[in-house]
Design a binder for this molecule. Structure first.
Ligand code: CMC
Length: 425
């Protein structure tokens, strides 16, 4: 390790402080500013955390300039083509891919905890028939702490693992139940003989009167989409889970906070927003008008599915998703929205505004088109993201809780409010 330090000098006081630089396996090194306030009397100020590493992590690495993504060192392209989602879950949680027996055992555990507590069904009835599934999921997942009180000791690694299993197993059941409630159909119980993705499709589309025949093309597409969305280092929802969890709250509460954060259109809500935008554009002839709107600083409109805080190149997940979209549409028929999306991408990638700002299609640009082709309704797009990201969130939470140096997350501020004053009465 190279002994590197950064020296900061305050132009006002002339005082200097030496800050150690810590190497990373990949990516930028970090400057350890832990002693800055004590020695220097200053806080750092970094809205949006654009220059701030909030933690150390050994789970996921992404290189935004090169457009690379790895889980536990394995490139996403290999994971998406050679592994199942459950293998990827095992990898993220344990750090290594499972061997055959480990995989069978893990799959059995996950596929035998898929039922949600019967009482949770009553929660569904408390929601309006047209409640957004993300609102329902935030509430239902938060409430799970009340059902599993015997396994909530966050300092017990076994309790943490059982909770992870419960969350991975039950999230598709909860998501599908929310959907069934929203369309007034009875919820479908899980089928443990099916694959993880196949079971989700069954719970979404079967009814007590009619079996749903699972199409392998749809099953594979869902499985790969789950892999691509499984983790993405310290994104907004993962950071939310970490911050909520840092207080020592139970994992269900922390994951519910992550679901709430993911819902926003700048994050996981973007896949729903992309489809709404493509519908709004309506025809290829309108694209120029919407590109102009996206470039107009007086117009809040943004091209949904474009741009990323970290990727300043093609999002590698978007490339893989485009491949799945081609396969799914070949089977399920052409979609006029796909033509709009392809043309929009072509035009934006040649436009100086998008080139200068390095705005490329992100993971959400094509995922909505695939979901739509598979008849998954728009309001379920972000819940699909929740199902996938649950393993990422819970793995980050576990990594944080396992750290003996864990401190509650408590950022500071630059106060710009009024000076002290007296109430005059
Ligand atoms: N359309 C038009 N202009 C954009 C867009 C866009 N989609 N994204 C960024 N810009 C412009 C922005 O106006 C700014 O221009 P200027 O420098 O002239 O002021 C510049 O590019 C930098 O934007 P920023 O807002 O500072 O960048 P950010 O890193 O804070 O935001 C983002 C990243 C993903 C929130 C943003 O690109 C965005 O809002 N994209 C659309 C929503 C979206 O697709 N989100 C999904 C992200 S990937 C999945 C996930 O994280 O869940």
């Amino acid at each position: 390790m190279i002994d590197r330090k950064v020296t900061l000098t305050d132009s006002l006081t002339g005082k200097s402080v030496e800050l150690p630089v810590l190497d990373a396996t990949y990516g930028d090194a970090v400057m350890d500013i832990g002693k800055l306030n004590k020695e220097f009397g200053l806080f750092t100020y970094d809205p949006g955390f654009v220059s701030t590493a909030s933690c150390e992590s050994a789970i996921t690495y992404l290189d935004g300039e090169k457009g690379e993504l790895m889980y536990r060192g394995y490139p996403i392209e290999q994971l998406a083509t050679k592994c199942s989602f459950l293998e990827v879950c095992y990898l993220l949680w344990n750090g290594e891919l499972p061997n055959k027996n480990e995989y069978i055992e893990f799959r059995n555990i996950i596929m035998h905890h898929t039922l949600m507590h019967e009482t949770l069904r009553m929660f569904l009835d408390g929601f309006r028939y047209d409640a957004h599934p993300m609102a329902m999921m935030t509430g239902i997942v938060g409430s799970m702490a009340s059902f599993y009180q015997d396994k909530l000791d966050i300092n017990d690694p076994e309790h943490r693992m059982i909770t992870a299993h419960r969350l991975i197993s039950k999230m598709p059941t909860i998501a599908a139940a929310c959907y069934k409630h929203s369309i007034g159909q009875p919820i479908m119980y899980p089928r443990n003989d099916l694959s993880y993705a196949g079971n989700f499709l069954h719970m979404m589309f079967a009814t007590p009167c009619k079996e749903y025949i699972i199409d392998p093309v749809a099953e594979e597409a869902i499985d790969v989409l789950l892999i691509l969305h499984a983790d993405h280092e310290q994104n907004a929802s993962t950071s939310t889970v970490r911050l909520a969890g840092s207080s020592g709250t139970n994992p269900f509460a922390a994951i519910a906070a992550g679901i709430a954060c993911l819902w926003g259109p700048a994050h996981g809500g973007a896949n729903e927003a992309v489809l709404k935008m493509l519908n709004q554009i309506g025809t290829v002839d309108n694209i120029d008008k919407f590109i102009a709107k996206a470039k107009d600083k007086d117009d809040p409109f943004r091209l949904m599915g474009f741009g990323h805080r970290v990727y300043k190149n093609f999002d590698p997940r978007a490339k893989l998703i485009k491949g799945i979209a081609d396969k799914v549409l070949a089977k399920y028929g052409d979609d006029p929205l796909m033509h709009i999306a392809i043309r929009l991408e072509e035009i934006a990638l040649k436009d100086q505004y998008f080139i200068e700002r390095k705005l490329y299609p992100n993971v959400d640009f094509y995922s909505g088109i695939i979901y739509k082709a598979l008849k998954i309704p728009v309001t379920m797009f972000t819940p699909m993201f929740v199902i996938a990201r649950t393993i990422g969130w819970i793995t980050h939470w576990n990594e944080m809780i396992s750290d003996p140096n864990l401190k509650i997350g408590r950022p500071r501020q630059r106060y710009i409010g009024p000076t002290e004053r007296d109430i005059k009465k």
